[in-house]
Design a protein around this ligand. Structure first.
Ligand code: SF4
Length: 372
């Protein structure tokens, strides 16, 4: 039996929509949303820890913390990460890896906390080169590795980078001892297509030379509308960490405000067969952790870890075990009857006070009709 069990995956959004880099493929840049504003969390890190306690969530969870811009620009984020780690959770932080002071501060965390901490270092090669930040970037990664945290290095493969592939490989082998993982860049509009002049097939072929399980798995789910029963909303959740607004998944129903009354259980409802997106563009984590249990997906660690030339790994043993978890191992799957009920509740949609009476009557009628 595995000694690490994960109850839920909680994807947290932090509303910093500014950054010290200006990558043209960035999702904030695509929507022209740079606002140069930092914000204050309205609650203390200790309060946020209590709102997200192991007992309230039903077990140890895996958190992902990602801002609209650079996550670590807001200093408060570090204190929240520390509190979540103290609670016993596993935490992933998405960063551009350039803010050295933040990493120096994190390096002072106790070893047992760093053992549950993971960074996704986005590798924005052209911006790092333009701003003369490549050295600082690799030093920050080295510092986190030496301190005992886990990490991955990931490229958003923009067409402009294609002519730099050899350069990127050379510097990665020299500084990291392994090649970065590769995601799929997307246009954040319409049916969310690949952000490239190439067809998806050509694009994957170009970037497959990095031998990344991430782009391989993502290419199998990219553009595929999910119709299966998905446990997002129950086994995974999408949380605005600043406001406390909790929803099922991207575009899913609002479920609860986790800060409103932290003595109460958190409301959940699986999205079932009602996924709102044209395709599960972050399925490398949601589907790999098993939100659709019958889907054959590689474990998440395969898309994050690398074994370096010197034999060291990007993931610590405990982070590797955490990322090998499937959520069904810690959660009960629904019967067919329960799935029908869940789908029905989703169809009714957001319950406003005005529609609560109608909703209750519909539920009553549904029960009386024998859940046809
Ligand atoms: S299929 Fe993916 S995007 Fe859709 S609800 Fe499930 S996890 Fe979310």
């Amino acid at each position: 039996m595995k000694d690490v069990q994960i109850k839920r995956f909680i994807d947290c959004y932090v509303s910093t929509e500014t950054c010290n880099l200006r990558c043209k493929y960035c999702y904030i840049a695509q929507q022209r949303k740079y606002n140069n504003k930092l914000f204050k969390f309205p609650h203390s890190p200790e309060f946020i820890r209590r709102a997200l306690s192991v007992s309230r969530l039903g077990g140890v969870c895996l958190f992902n913390i990602c801002a609209g811009g650079e996550t670590l620009l807001s200093k408060d984020v570090i204190n929240i990460v520390e509190q979540l780690l103290l609670e016993g959770h596993y935490v992933m932080v998405v960063t551009n890896g350039t803010l050295t002071k933040r990493f120096e501060e994190i390096a002072k965390f106790p070893k047992e906390l760093l053992d549950h901490l993971f960074f996704k270092f986005s590798f924005h090669y052209l911006e790092l080169k333009r701003l003369n930040l490549l050295d600082a970037y690799f030093k920050n990664i080295e510092l986190m590795k030496k301190s005992g945290a886990s990490f991955t290095v990931e490229i958003t493969p923009d067409d402009e980078l294609i002519s730099y592939i050899d350069e990127i490989k050379e510097i990665s082998m020299k500084k990291l001892g392994a090649l970065p993982h590769i995601t799929i860049a997307r246009k954040d509009s319409g049916n969310i297509p690949v952000l490239s002049e190439h067809s998806l097939e050509e694009y994957v072929k170009i970037w497959d030379t990095f031998d990344s399980e991430m782009i391989r798995f993502k290419s199998t789910i990219f553009g595929v509308k999910r119709k299966e029963f998905c446990y997002a909303g129950e086994w995974s959740l999408y949380l605005n960490l600043v406001t406390g607004s909790l929803s099922q998944c991207y575009g899913g129903l609002f479920l609860d405000n986790i800060y409103k009354d932290i003595s109460k259980p958190i409301k959940t409802l699986a999205i079932g067969c009602n996924c709102k997106l044209p395709h599960c563009y972050n399925g490398h984590v949601f589907l790999s952790l098993g939100d659709i249990p019958e889907l054959d997906a590689p474990t998440y660690d395969k898309q994050r870890n690398r074994v370096c030339e010197d034999g060291s790994k990007w993931l610590t043993d405990s982070m590797e075990k955490c990322m090998q978890c499937k959520l069904k191992d810690c959660n009960r799957e629904f019967s067919d009857k329960e799935k029908k009920q869940v789908n029905f509740k989703n169809k009714i949609g957001k319950i406003t006070n005005a529609s609560r009476y109608v909703y209750n009557n519909k539920i009553k009628k549904y029960k009386n009709d024998g859940n046809k």
